[in-house]
Write a protein that binds this ligand. Structure first.
Ligand code: AMP
Ligand code: MG
Length: 270
């Protein structure tokens, strides 16, 4: 049952994909109160499996979060990681490239942040910006960004082959919900620091971003590095869905605790 639900959010690589047919307000059949209880259960399980991943030091997991402004990338990270062992988590945020980043190819800064074995890495934005904002705002010509879907598929295949499971979540917020959240950021002094005037420029380009996301997801979802489209108008749905997706992939890896040294069993400490 749980796996069916995760499968329903996963974008197949061999089927046509339409972002517009995914409802940002979906509740996935959950109720708010029971979803909270379920989230606690999922997090307890995440804690156990993360500990094993960390102890085994064989695989790593990279969760890529992409979304329009105010869809809740930060909230998802904060919510999901509370209760996990921070030593095993590596969080990276990618903003406008600067300094040496501008002197290298677009994957250079990204590759350096891929989690080490035993770790869970979370990307708050990612290499996908190089086929999203870069495309929408013409920061590079089509001849340049159009080749990147192939690069990205190859890059993620390399990571998979070398022990990093790549999972990508698009937090799908509606335009109306974004309007409310941006307004709240303007009106609430505690949230105002999150707002930039440029957010309104991006909002005006909404249809172009939707098209860029549509293409990016369609062209880079693979069996080994799948995209998930997560309904994000309700925070509690978004949080539970992302936690379940992460747990699903961790459990698939089935990390094992390393065997104890010979002669430890039954030992009595004096
Ligand atoms: P935020 O995540 O809201 O703090 O903002 C980060 C900003 O950096 C967003 O407006 C992104 O579109 C922008 N950004 C991230 N990566 C790139 C990139 N490769 N090229 C240009 N802008 C980028
Ligand atoms: Mg922002």
């Amino acid at each position: 049952m749980a796996n069916d639900l995760i499968a329903s959010l996963r974008i197949a690589h061999n089927k046509p994909f339409s972002l517009a047919s995914h409802d940002p307000g979906a509740t996935l059949g959950w109720e708010k109160e029971s979803a909270k209880v379920e989230l606690d259960r999922v997090k307890l399980r995440l804690d156990v499996v993360q500990q094993r991943l960390y102890a085994e030091e064989k695989h790593s997991v990279l969760l890529v979060l992409q979304a329009m402004d105010a869809a809740g990338k930060d909230g998802t990270i904060r919510n999901m990681l509370a209760g996990l062992n921070p030593a095993g988590i590596h969080i990276s945020s990618f903003g406008v490239p600067g300094g040496p980043e501008t002197q290298h190819d677009y994957l250079w800064r990204v590759h350096a942040e891929v989690p080490a074995k035993g770790r869970i890495g979370i990307f708050n934005r990612s290499h996908y910006e190089d086929v999203l904002v870069v495309r929408v705002k013409n920061f590079a010509p089509r001849t340049v960004w159009s080749k990147r879907y192939d690069h990205i598929r190859g890059f993620e295949e390399l990571l998979g082959d070398e022990g990093t499971t790549v999972i990508k979540c698009f937090l799908n917020v509606s335009k109306e919900e974004q309007r409310e959240r941006l307004q709240e950021r303007i009106d609430d002094p505690e949230k105002r620091w999150k707002f930039r005037l440029g957010d309104l420029e991006d909002r005006k380009l909404w249809p172009k971003y939707q098209k860029a996301y549509q293409d990016a997801i369609e062209r880079t979802t693979t069996a080994a590095a799948p995209w998930y489209v997560v309904p994000a108008d309700r925070n509690w749905v978004r949080n539970l869905a992302v936690a379940k997706i992460l747990l699903h992939h961790l459990e698939k890896l089935d990390p094992q605790l390393p065997p104890a040294e010979e002669g430890i069993e039954g030992l009595v400490v004096q």
